[in-house]
Design a protein around this ligand. Structure first.
Ligand SMILES: NC(=O)c1ccc[n+]([C@@H]2O[C@H](COP(=O)([O-])OP(=O)(O)OC[C@H]3O[C@@H](n4cnc5c(N)ncnc54)[C@H](O)[C@@H]3O)[C@@H](O)[C@H]2O)c1
Length: 259
């Protein structure tokens, strides 16, 4: 088991990518602190995975500092430390030109997609660094950015700006903590079949086939990603065996950002 008895935090844990990441880490032997906005959905996930002995949930908003402090405290008090953090919660905005994005929504996207990753790492890093100092216990942080954090995303400007920011935070923090036992990488998916992309289909003026075509036409593989393909990348980045990789932004995007 790759993550036997590792203590793992997952935010956005009831979403498309988050819920499958929780499942995969549990399967590989981890303890989980799972967080998302709605307690009921977290309870459903815990029941579905039959994981009450290895999983604790906490409902909270990732834009609040208190949420991150509470998640880290839970990991330490309930499972004795923190090995891996998957900072995954995120939102997008309407697919429109920049001037049509409401200021309020732009601020919310920056708050959820960028500031929350900053606040998460601010809570996680001191705990991981102390563990390394005292017991050489290694830490790994995986931030979910996006292919839109690597290249332009026309009609998704604020989302793209926030995700570029996540990559900047990831690289800088990785360099700061490289000698202190903590690896920090980001995963950059392109269109993957979750509720986030589903909302694009719902608001699109095209039918589903046309909308899918317009999303995937620039992708060498010509298709959307499966959640399982993103999970493989997350586990790879988090894996303690992958001990020399830090500060990277790994595109899992069917080749989109390679051309
Ligand atoms: N699906 C894609 O195509 C795609 C592509 C690139 C990047 N991503 C990124 O992957 C991550 C996961 O997204 P997903 O595709 O699973 O979408 P999703 O909508 O299924 O999941 C996102 C989760 O984040 C949670 N969340 C949103 N705002 C929150 C808040 N303020 N506090 C706490 N939790 C909050 C939601 O409740 C939801 O469960 C996001 O960071 C997203 O930007 C997704």
């Amino acid at each position: 088991m790759r993550f036997q008895d590792k203590v793992v935090i997952v935010t956005g844990a009831t979403g498309g990518i988050g819920s499958k990441a929780v499942e995969a880490f549990l399967k590989e032997g981890a303890y989980i602190v799972a967080s998302d906005l709605e307690a009921e959905k977290l309870d459903d996930l815990e029941r579905e995975l039959r994981a009450s002995d290895r999983m604790i949930t906490l409902a909270g908003d990732v834009t609040k500092r208190a949420t991150h402090n509470a998640i880290v405290d839970l990991a330490v008090k309930s499972f004795g430390g923190l090995d891996i953090a998957l900072n995954n919660a995120g939102i997008s905005h309407d697919v429109v030109r920049l001037p049509l994005i409401e200021d309020e929504l732009a601020r919310r996207v920056i708050d959820v997609d960028l500031m929350a990753v900053f606040m998460a790492m601010k809570a996680q890093l001191p705990v991981m660094a102390k563990q390394y100092e005292e017991a050489e216990r290694l830490g790994s942080i995986v931030n979910i950015a996006s292919a839109a954090g690597l290249v332009a995303a026309p009609l998704m400007s604020v989302y793209s700006a926030a995700k570029h920011g996540v990559i900047g935070l990831t690289k800088s923090a990785a360099a700061e903590y490289a000698k202190r036992g903590i690896r920090i990488n980001s995963i950059c998916p392109a269109f993957t079949k979750t509720a986030m992309v589903e909302s694009f289909f719902e608001t699109s003026t095209h039918d589903r086939a046309q909308a899918t075509k317009s999303l995937t036409q620039g992708m060498p593989m010509g298709r959307m990603g499966e959640v399982s393909e993103i999970i493989s990348g997350i586990l790879f980045a988090a894996d303690p065996e992958n001990s020399f990789m830090t500060g990277h932004s790994i595109a899992i995007d069917g080749g989109l950002t390679s051309i």
